[in-house]
Write a protein that binds this ligand. Structure first.
Ligand SMILES: Cc1cc2nc3c(=O)[nH]c(=O)nc-3n(C[C@H](O)[C@H](O)[C@H](O)COP(=O)(O)OP(=O)(O)OC[C@H]3O[C@@H](n4cnc5c(N)ncnc54)[C@H](O)[C@@H]3O)c2cc1C
Length: 402
């Protein structure tokens, strides 16, 4: 039976309306029976599908749904940036188009995502990024100014670096595009998929420079640890993501990358009235290490935070620990190729990867599906479900999130 509608007794502030924050908002507003007033603060009124920012940078059109439509009428949306947080006093400072003001809250959910700036090597200010809409727009403008034959380097061979270099090389075959990575190119994948990644990059004309750690950046070159240099008129830094400084500045316990250290219930270990989800939260996975920054973590962690806060507001007992099992990764290499790599539930590449039309379709489904999952959760608030890690005795392996 649905709970009766009540006057809100709890005010939850969600900082950031990306995948994790938007999911928390719709699920909490939809499932709390009117007991919780949900406010979301986000720098802009549109939803940014971060999975497509590297495509946006090369001029591909990317839909940007209005947050009002995505989150629905039960969520209060404030355009602005939270510039300060006092978790003990339950106050946030918000700067937006209407100036700066203070907002009170009972609980706050930090869903601020991650950034690649500032780049942690000398000369990092010369680099571009794809981690935010603003960075992607700046990169797009800079690419537009680059003459044919110019050197471009993408630093970082993780998923974002691979997808970015593939997109750049396809869109601008007139440039000399390199991927510079400290690891082995495609090294995370199983052997067959790694070979496919290397072949595909080669076909796109990308020169892959593996085992090369960048020690400094200049406006026209990269300096490597081994003394070598790579020419680069434009460098895109995809070499490691960190949380924005807000949590650290608020005095929360954070890890080296500035992400909020949480317990298994996604609450800050230093300030339990604060929850952290998505890239902003460092939650220990049952097998050890933090859950990888990904949509596979962002959406379920956002949903679980909603369940934690709902249980508290409604007095229905604990939502239990968060538990997630990964299933696979889809990585695109330009618009014409993708890899669908199965993983263990602990996010380790395993089994036979797909590289044909099924992989391309899976990638297309993923980039649209992550946004659709939020819309679906607004209409059917308990809709999304996810599998467990198989490590916890206190949760079922395939959890119903309804
Ligand atoms: C180019 C690219 C491709 C990617 N591809 C994949 C992929 O294929 N698969 C995958 O799983 N992951 C991928 N990722 C990673 C994935 O995008 C992130 O893990 C995911 O977006 C995390 O979700 P989030 O909600 O934590 O953060 P975000 O989606 O980044 O949302 C954070 C939101 O918080 C807002 N915000 C930040 N600070 C404040 C503040 N102080 N006040 C108010 N609002 C604030 C931001 O503006 C943003 O709207 C990719 C990332 C990039 C950059």
């Amino acid at each position: 039976m649905e709970p009766l509608q009540h006057t809100p007794s709890t005010h939850v502030l969600i900082v950031g309306a990306g995948f994790a924050g938007a999911m928390t908002a719709v699920r909490l507003a939809g499932r709390s029976g009117g007991r919780v007033h949900v406010t979301v603060v986000n720098p802009r009124p549109q939803f940014v599908n971060r999975l497509r920012l590297h495509q946006q940078a090369v001029g591909r059109a990317v839909p940007a749904p209005h947050l009002r439509d995505l989150l629905g009428p039960d969520v209060t949306i404030l355009e602005g940036t939270v510039t300060g947080l006092d978790p003990d006093a339950g106050r946030a400072t918000v700067s937006g188009p209407d100036g700066t003001h203070t907002l009170g809250f009972d609980h706050v959910v930090l869903a601020t995502g991650s950034v690649t700036q500032p780049v942690p090597v000398p000369g990092g200010e010369h680099t571009h990024a794809v981690a935010s809409l603003e960075a992607s727009d700046r990169l797009g403008a800079a690419l537009g100014d680059l003459p044919a034959g110019a050197d471009v380097a993408v630093v970082g061979g993780g998923f974002t670096g691979l997808e970015t270099v593939g997109e750049l090389a396809e869109a601008r075959p007139d440039l000399a595009v390199r991927l510079v990575t400290s690891g082995e190119v495609g090294g995370w994948f199983t052997d067959r998929a790694a070979a496919f990644v290397r072949t595909r990059l080669d076909r796109l004309g990308v020169e892959a420079v593996g085992g090369a750690r960048v020690r400094a950046v200049e406006h026209d070159r990269l300096h490597l640890d081994d003394g070598g240099e790579v020419s680069s008129d434009l460098t895109v830094w995809c070499g490691g993501f960190a949380a924005p400084p807000l949590a650290r500045e608020a005095g929360l316990a954070v890890d080296d990358a500035g992400a909020v250290r949480t317990d298994a219930g996604l609450r800050s270990v230093s300030h339990p009235q604060v929850l952290a989800v998505g890239d902003a939260g460092h939650t220990e996975a049952p097998a050890g290490g933090r859950y990888s920054m990904s949509c596979q973590f962002a959406l379920p962690s956002g949903a679980h935070a909603a369940d934690v806060l709902r249980a508290e507001a409604l007095g229905t007992g604990s939502a239990g620990p968060f538990d997630l099992g990964f299933v696979g990764r889809t990585v695109s290499l330009g618009s014409q190729a993708a890899v669908l790599q199965p993983t263990t539930r602990d996010d380790v590449a395993t089994g036979r990867a797909l590289t044909g039309p099924v992989a391309r379709a899976a990638k297309r489904f993923q980039v649209r599906g992550v946004v659709s999952a939020i819309g679906l959760s607004r209409r059917v608030p308990g809709a999304i479900r996810w599998g467990g890690s198989g490590h916890r005795a206190d949760t079922t392996p395939a959890r119903m999130a309804g």
